[in-house]
Ligand binder design. Structure first.
Ligand SMILES: Nc1ncnc2c1ncn2[C@@H]1O[C@H](COP(=O)(O)OP(=O)(O)OP(=O)(O)O)[C@@H](O)[C@H]1O
Ligand SMILES: O=P(O)(O)OC[C@H]1O[C@](O)(CO)[C@@H](O)[C@@H]1O
Length: 323
């Protein structure tokens, strides 16, 4: 028989992402209306290993819905990667009478929940929270839309100075293994080239175009962090084939992880938060709540692996606009 769930542990893990606070708020608000206690676990898996727990009330979260980051903090926890660390975490959850877990994080976070399952039968549900948008089982991850908008604003600013000097700018955007931020921000800023890890053709197209480039106009090239060469090496390649070009590099970095979440990310966080809560209360376990074709869907963690493929339609757009 499924154990009655009265106390749910909630945590954020991996890279923070705008929309995490909105999602936490939704979970806590919905839980309070069902008389369910929400225990916040500080700093991701580190808080589980250290028994760093706190009671959360909707009033704690409502003033933070519009803010990026995560008020209960996050971590990449090497200790939880060890069996010793996970055994300690499982004991702490039991001692704190936590009956179920909701985790907001990326695919690494869900791998962590699968590892925990081997030593502890607590039900777990995941909410995709990463700016990289690199997960199966959802069209969008929390924070992606906000990160893309941040990158677009930055690239728009760079465009002004690039135009004024007729320079080539290589703008590196985040995405450890994924080109989604580069594709969306590049297309929305009319970039002249978009380099992503999922394509091998992109560099060839760009270098062909730049061979005879005269400094009579500017060019914006958006490069994904996870691209096989990256912005710095690419700048060298460009200078090697065309000595006349004036190239500058801007690495946007963690600026893309912060800032207020967009309306899309706030609403996504709220929808997935409430759906995750309802589903875990039904006794469902080891699934991630996602949004597929604008419908809430639950996908087993085993299938939520890094998504290295980009839709053909988007890839074709990248090639079209890189010519
Ligand atoms: N195989 C695993 N076994 C146990 N724990 C894991 C495993 N993989 C990841 N974790 C835990 O999950 C944490 C978060 O994973 P990771 O750092 O990969 O971020 P993520 O959730 O993928 O988010 P992001 O996409 O923002 O990087 C890790 O620091 C580690 O503590
Ligand atoms: O938090 P860290 O360790 O700097 O991680 C940076 C990585 O996290 C991500 O921002 C995803 O959260 C990647 O795009 C990036 O490569």
């Amino acid at each position: 028989m499924t154990k009655t769930i009265k106390n749910i542990g909630v945590f954020t893990s991996g890279g923070d992402a705008p929309g995490m606070n909105a999602s936490l708020y939704a979970i806590i608000k919905a839980a309070s209306l069902k008389n369910i206690t929400i225990t916040g676990i500080w700093q991701g898996y580190d808080g589980m290993v250290d028994a760093s727990f706190t009671h959360l009330h909707p009033k704690n979260l409502a003033p933070h819905v519009h803010q990026g980051g995560t008020i209960i903090k996050t971590s990449r926890s090497p200790r939880f990667l060890t069996l010793k660390g996970r055994i300690k975490a499982a004991k702490n959850l039991k001692k704190a009478k936590i009956d179920a877990l909701i985790a907001i994080g990326g695919d690494g976070t869900f791998r962590g929940l699968m590892a925990l399952k081997e030593i502890c039968d607590i039900p777990t549900i995941g909410i995709p929270g990463t700016i990289d948008n690199d997960m199966m089982g959802t069209d969008y991850t929390l924070g992606f839309d906000s990160a893309v908008n941040t990158a677009i604003n930055a690239i728009d600013n760079i465009r002004d100075t690039a135009e004024s000097h007729n320079r080539i700018f290589l703008v590196e955007v985040m995405g450890r293994d994924s080109g989604y931020i580069a594709i969306n921000s590049g297309l929305c800023t009319a970039a002249d080239g978009i380099l992503i890890p999922e394509s091998k053709k992109d560099q060839v197209l760009l270098l062909n175009k730049l061979q005879h480039f005269k400094n009579r106009e500017s060019l914006i090239i958006v490069v994904a962090e996870g691209d096989e060469t990256g912005a710095i090496v690419m700048a060298e390649k460009i200078k090697a084939i065309n000595k006349k070009v004036d190239v500058r590099i801007t690495i946007l970095g963690h600026i893309q992880r912060g800032g207020n979440p967009t309306a899309f990310d706030r609403l996504l966080g709220i929808r997935l938060g409430v759906a995750a809560l309802d589903e875990v209360l039904k006794g469902t376990t080891n699934v991630m709540a996602g949004l597929l074709n604008n419908k809430i869907t639950f996908t087993p963690f085993e299938k939520v692996v890094k998504q290295h493929k980009v839709q053909t339609e988007l890839k074709e757009l990248v090639e079209l606009f890189s010519r």
